[in-house]
Design a protein around this ligand. Structure first.
Ligand code: HEC
Ligand code: HEC
Length: 274
């Protein structure tokens, strides 16, 4: 009997431990390191550092991975784009001017519709219009040196020759770091910080991957809108600009990226968008 009780007690402890671990222990929330803006001293940068900078921009302020990631399927994975580029330039649908992979990648970032990967175009345009924003403009706003760094990173990633040169005398990098960490004061600031406009028409931005949100308050209630941000897969909107919407298209980690106050400001802004 005593042993039995011991076994039961032990099991209970184990179960409680795992229950606790499951709900609290798994580190799902990666605390983002405060984005320190490194001085872009391009003159004293090695190619490895330049590629590392591209990696950081690709996965960070460039917001590329919001769309280009293996889950969700909203945009092609870019691991080998530097080698696929040559094939795409030969495609009958190609409308751009690039002659090299480097030029192709740069063009893809600045004029996404020069070539639209089959099946990824805005619906009804027969893959002639890309839902990808020009990454030199709007909330993303990469400068030339940053775009070059991303190209270097993608060429390295594909295992092809890195042909971009580290630009000399490039314009100094804009100081955007503070805006990225500071608590947003207006809905426009918040939407820019979170990158909603990469995919949605919202707060003056013109994303074309998710539903237009400029009048969403007329058709959606407050609770629905809050849930859409906290748990995007809970309800799936029907019509997206590129075709039927699907689960997994909208990032799920916004709940970890804003304060409760910011969330309420965002929800209120959408409720009032009529
Ligand atoms: C809002 C979603 C979105 C964001 C953000 C985005 N892209 Fe794209 N991108 C797409 C889609 C969708 C396509 C496929 C359609 C097309 O070819 O334009 C694409 C295509 C591309 C292509 C061409 C791929 C090929 O095989 O020809 C490149 C290169 C590219 N993106 C680079 C980037 C980089 C670099 C960033 C970040 C600086 C970025 N994209 C940000 C959605 C996005
Ligand atoms: C990578 C692209 C992407 C980004 C970034 C993104 N969304 Fe979405 N969003 C979508 C897609 C696609 C849908 C439709 C699928 C669904 O309902 O989950 C959607 C759905 C929604 C809906 C529901 C619309 C409806 O009528 O049902 C709301 C509200 C919304 N998003 C708000 C936001 C806000 C606010 C942000 C920024 C904090 C944001 N989204 C960032 C792609 C994105």
């Amino acid at each position: 009997m005593k042993t039995f009780l011991k076994v039961v007690a032990f099991s209970v402890v184990v179960i409680l431990f795992y229950a606790f671990y499951a709900s609290y222990g798994i580190p799902q929330i990666k605390p983002e390191a405060p984005p320190q803006e490194e001085k872009l001293d391009l003159g004293s940068m090695t190619m490895y550092q330049f590629i590392a900078l591209g990696d950081k921009i690709f996965n960070g302020k460039g917001t590329c991975t919001l769309c280009h990631n293996p889950v969700g399927g909203r945009a092609p994975v870019l691991d080998s784009v530097a080698s696929i580029a040559l094939e795409h330039m030969k495609d009958a649908r190609y409308k751009g001017k690039a002659k090299t992979a480097e030029e192709y990648i740069r063009e893809s970032m600045l004029e996404p519709s020069a070539f639209v990967v089959a099946g990824f175009g805005v619906k009804g345009t027969n893959d002639t219009e890309s839902p990808m924003p020009n990454v030199a403009t709007g909330a993303i706003g990469l400068n030339e040196a940053e775009i070059d760094a991303v190209i270097a990173y993608l060429q390295k990633k594909a295992g092809t020759e890195v042909t971009v040169k580290i630009p000399v005398g490039a314009p100094a990098k804009e100081e955007k770091a503070e805006a990225a960490t500071a608590i947003a004061k207006t809905p426009d600031e918040l939407v820019a910080k979170l990158g909603c406009g990469a995919c949605h028409k919202i707060a003056g931005q013109v994303g074309a991957l998710g539903p237009d949100l400029t009048k969403v308050g007329a058709v959606r209630k407050e609770d629905y809108l809050r849930r859409s941000v906290l748990d995007p897969d809970a309800d799936i909107a029907k019509q997206c600009p590129t075709g039927p919407c699907a689960a997994g298209m909208m990032p799920k980690d916004y709940k970890d990226k804003m304060t409760a106050g910011e969330l309420e400001m965002l929800v209120k802004f959408m409720v009032n968008s009529k």
